[in-house]
Design a protein around this ligand. Structure first.
Ligand code: GLC
Ligand code: GLC
Length: 648
C-alpha cells in the first residue's frame, strides 16, 4: 500500500493526462491504446512515485518521465502478436512459473553446445531431463580476451558472433517456448564493458556519455567512498575504482576494471537501460536475470549496496515492463546478507531470486554432517510473499561464499568468522579428512576471507575418490551429489541444475593455461560439456550413469507430484542433528540424512510434525509404500520423499 498523501493521486492523474496525447500518437490502433492504457492506469501511480523518488530533485524530471512513457509505448507497439498472447496467458495465470513442472537448467551456450544452432540440436536432451526453464549465460557481444564470462557486455542488442545472431536467439526462444521451455537471459544492468559504445564515446571525451558512468577527476571522492565499500575481487581486481589515462579520470568499477558501473542518478541511463531491457523482452526472453542487483545505486557515506534507490529502480522497471511486456519475470541475483536477499523479492520487484542462503547451508551441512544451522536459517528465512518463489541451486557459475548470517550462526552456538575459516579450509581440501577438491577464489590477505570454486562432483568428493580408488568414498560422493540435488528438487521453488552436474562433471584445470582466465578460479567449474560423459549416462556402473539415472528419477517424481508446486515448505526438528526434515504443502515429508552413517527418526518425532499424518506413506523416489508407525531407518546420505497425506 502506498503511504502517499492524498494530493499525490491527483498529481499523478494530472501528470498522466498531460502525457496522454503523446502516447495516443505513439500507439497506432485503438485496441493497442485500450490495452496499453488499461495497464498503465493501474501502474502509473507506482511509476510516478518511483520516478519522483529517483529524479524528483531534477528540473527535467517530468521531461524524462514523458520520454520514458513514449519509449514504452513504442516498445509495446513493436511487441509481436505471439508474445502478446504469452503476456495475456500469464496475466491470467500469474503463478505460471511456480508449478511442480518447473525444472531449471543453466549453461553457457558455447561451452554446452558451441553455438545457438548447437543448442537447438540439444533440445531432445533438455526434454529428456524435463527442463522447462533454461538460463543461457551471458551471450552478448563482449571483449575478446576477458569478458568476466560474458558479464562485461559491449552491446545488449548483439549476440556474440561466435555463438550466433540475435535473430537466431529470437527464433530459438520461440521454438523452445513451443516445447514448454522458458528462456532466461542475463540483464547485466549494473555496468557495461569498457568497449560498449557509451564507454567508447566517454573515452573519446564526450561529456554526455561520461555522465553515463561514475567518473571522478581525482582521488578525493574515490578515497571518501572506498573505506566503506566491499571489495568484490580483491585479488584479481582490487579496489572499486580504475584510472583511465585517456581521459585522466577515475571510473567506478565494482567488479573488474573493464566493467564500468552505470550512473542511475542520470535519468538518461535509466531510460537507455529500460530500452535495452524491453528490446530483450521483445526478442522473447521470458525471464531477465538481473545481475548484481545490490550495487546499482550509490550514495556517499554508505557501503553502496542494497540502498533504497535500488528498490526504487526495481519497482520502476517492474511496473514499466508490466505495461509493455507483462509476461516477463525478473530474477534477482543478490548474493548478500540473507535479510537483503529477501528484500528484493516482492511481486512488484523481482518475482524470483537465487537462493544463496540454502546453497551455502547445503555445503555447510555436508562438511559438518549437521543440519541445525541450516534448519534454523530456513525456519527464519525461507518463507516468501505470495507470488514469489526461490530458484534453488547447488552451485552456479560463480564461487560459493559462506553467506549465512552471523546472527543465525550465533543462535545455534557457532562463531560465524571461525566457521567460515573452517569451511574454506574444508573445501580447499586442507582440513584433515576433507572429501572436497575446491580452489580458493579471491583470497583477501587483509581479511583472510576467500570463497570457493569447484564443480558439484569435485566438491562432493568424487574427484578425490576416483584418484584414491576408494570404493566407499566413491559411493559416498555420489550419494552426496544426489542428496543436495534431492533437496533442491523437493524444497519450495524452482530447482536449477548446472548442466554437466547431472553427469558428475569434475573440475577442469585447463583454465590455468588460458591468459584471459588463469586469474579467475571460477573457470574451474565451467567446463565444456563432455559428449563422452553424456554417452555413459545410461550405464549405472559409472559415476555419470549413477548420478544421471537417479537424478532423472527424482526429476520425474517431482514433476508428477503437485505438492511440489509453490514455495510452501515447513521445517521440522526430528530430534536427530543429521536429518534435515521438511513438509511440502502439508503433504510430502522430506527427510535428508547429511551423515554417512545410518540414522533413525523416531515414530514419535514424525507424529509431532503433523498429528494427522497417515500411518503409511508412499516413498516417491523408490516408488514403494513405507510405514510411519514404527521408527524410520535412513541410510547414510539417504533421502526420502514421503507422500504422507491421509487418504479418505
Ligand atoms: C554477477 C555474476 C558474476 C559476475 C558479476 C559481475 O555476480 O554472476 O559472474 O562476475 O556479476 O557482473
Ligand atoms: C559477490 C557479489 C555477487 C557476485 C559475486 C561474484 O558475491 O555479491 O554479486 O556475483 O561476488 O563472485
Amino acid at each position: 500500500m502506498s503511504d502517499n498523501p492524498a494530493w499525490f493521486s491527483d498529481e499523478s492523474v494530472i501528470a498522466l493526462e498531460r502525457i496522454r496525447p503523446l502516447l495516443d500518437a505513439a500507439l497506432e490502433t485503438d485496441s493497442d491504446r485500450a490495452r496499453f492504457f488499461k495497464r498503465l492506469e493501474a501502474l502509473f501511480p507506482t511509476i510516478f512515485e518511483m520516478f519522483l523518488n529517483l529524479y524528483g530533485w531534477r528540473y527535467d524530471c517530468h521531461y524524462h518521465l514523458e520520454r520514458t512513457l513514449v519509449e514504452l509505448a513504442h516498445a509495446f507497439r513493436h511487441r509481436s502478436t505471439a508474445l502478446r498472447i504469452v503476456d495475456e496467458g500469464r496475466e491470467s495465470n500469474p503463478g505460471w512459473f511456480t508449478g511442480e513442472q518447473m525444472v531449471g537448467a543453466v549453461c553457457y551456450v558455447d561451452l554446452f553446445a558451441r553455438d545457438l544452432p548447437g543448442l537447438r540440436s540439444q533440445l531432445p536432451y533438455l526434454k529428456e531431463l524435463g527442463v522447462t526453464y533454461l538460463h543461457l549465460m551471458p551471450l552478448f557481444k563482449s571483449p575478446e580476451t576477458n569478458s568476466d564470462g560474458g558479464y562485461a557486455v559491449s552491446s545488449f542488442r548483439e549476440v556474440d558472433p561466435r555463438i550466433g545472431t540475435m535473430k537466431e536467439l529470437e527464433d530459438l526462444a520461440g521454438e523452445f517456448r513451443a516445447h514448454g521451455i522458458s528462456i532466461v537471459v542475463d540483464f547485466v544492468f549494473n555496468h557495461t564493458s569498457d568497449e560498449h559504445e557509451w564507454a567508447k564515446r566517454a573515452l573519446q571525451g564526450d561529456k554526455r556519455y561520461q555522465a553515463y558512468y561514475r567518473m571522478f577527476d581525482d582521488r578525493s571522492m574515490p578515497d571518501a567512498y572506498e573505506p566503506q565499500l566491499r571489495e568484490i575481487f580483491p585479488d584479481q581486481s582490487p579496489g572499486s575504482f580504475s584510472f583511465r589515462p585517456e581521459i585522466n579520470k577515475w571510473v567506478w568499477t565494482t567488479f573488474n576494471s573493464f566493467q564500468w558501473d552505470l550512473n542511475y542518478a542520470n535519468p538518461e541511463v535509466f531510460r537507455a537501460m529500460l530500452a535495452e531491457m524491453l528490446f530483450l523482452a521483445n526478442r522473447g526472453a521470458d525471464v531477465l536475470r538481473l545481475d548484481a542487483v545490490p550495487f546499482v545505486w550509490k550514495e556517499p557515506g554508505t557501503n553502496c549496496e542494497n540502498l533504497p534507490g535500488v528498490h526504487w529502480i526495481l519497482r520502476a522497471f517492474n511496473a514499466l515492463t508490466r505495461v509493455a511486456a507483462p509476461g516477463l519475470l525478473f530474477k534477482s541475483e543478490a548474493i548478500v546478507h540473507p535479510r537483503d536477499v529477501r528484500s528484493y523479492m516482492t511481486t512488484d520487484k523481482c518475482q524470483i531470486s537465487y537462493n544463496p542462503i540454502l546453497m551455502s547451508h547445503l555445503w555447510d551441512a555436508l562438511a559438518t554432517r549437521e543440519i541445525f544451522m541450516m534448519r534454523h536459517a530456513m525456519q527464519h528465512r525461507f518463507a516468501l510473499p505470495d507470488g514469489c518463489t526461490w530458484v534453488n541451486y547447488v552451485r552456479s557459475h560463480d564461487d560459493i561464499g559462506w553467506g549465512f548470517a552471523d546472527e543465525d550462526a550465533a543462535s545455534v552456538g557457532i562463531n560465524g568468522r571461525d566457521h567460515r575459516y573452517f569451511l574454506n579450509q574444508y573445501y580447499i581440501g586442507r582440513f584433515t579428512g576433507s572429501f572436497a577438491r575446491g580452489m580458493p577464489f579471491n583470497y583477501n590477505p587483509r581479511t583472510q576471507d576467500m570463497r570457493i570454486s569447484g564443480t558439484t562432483a569435485s566438491l562432493a568428493g568424487l574427484e578425490r575418490a576416483i584418484q584414491s580408488g576408494d570404493v566407499t568414498e566413491m559411493s559416498h560422493s555420489i550419494r552426496r551429489i544426489l542428496l543436495v540435488y534431492g533437496v533442491v528438487l523437493s524444497i519450495g521453488g524452482i530447482p536449477l541444475l548446472y548442466l554437466g552436474d547431472e553427469l558428475a562433471t569434475l573440475n577442469d584445470y585447463s583454465f590455468q593455461e588460458d591468459l584471459g582466465k588463469a586469474g579467475d578460479s571460477r573457470w574451474i567449474h565451467r567446463p565444456a560439456f563432455s559428449v563422452e560423459r553424456w554417452t555413459r549416462r545410461d550405464d549405472k556402473s559409472t559415476p555419470e550413469g549413477a548420478v544421471y539415472q537417479s537424478l532423472l528419477k527424482m526429476i520425474r517424481a517431482r514433476t508428477r507430484t503437485p505438492a511440489f508446486a509453490g514455495a510452501d515448505t515447513d521445517f521440522f526438528d526430528v530430534y536427530n542433528k543429521h536429518i534435515f526434515a521438511y513438509l511440502r504443502s502439508g503433504a510430502v515429508l522430506v527427510l535428508a540424512n547429511f551423515s554417512e552413517y545410518d540414522q533413525t527418526v523416531a515414530a514419535d518425532a514424525l507424529l509431532s510434525i503433523q498429528p494427522n499424518l497417515a500411518d503409511g506413506a508412499h516413498d516417491l523416489i523408490a516408488d514403494q509404500p513405507i510405514s510411519l508407525t514404527t521408527d524410520l531407518a535412513i541410510p547414510g546420505y539417504g533421502l526420502l520423499w514421503l507422500d504422507a497425506r491421509k487418504r479418505e
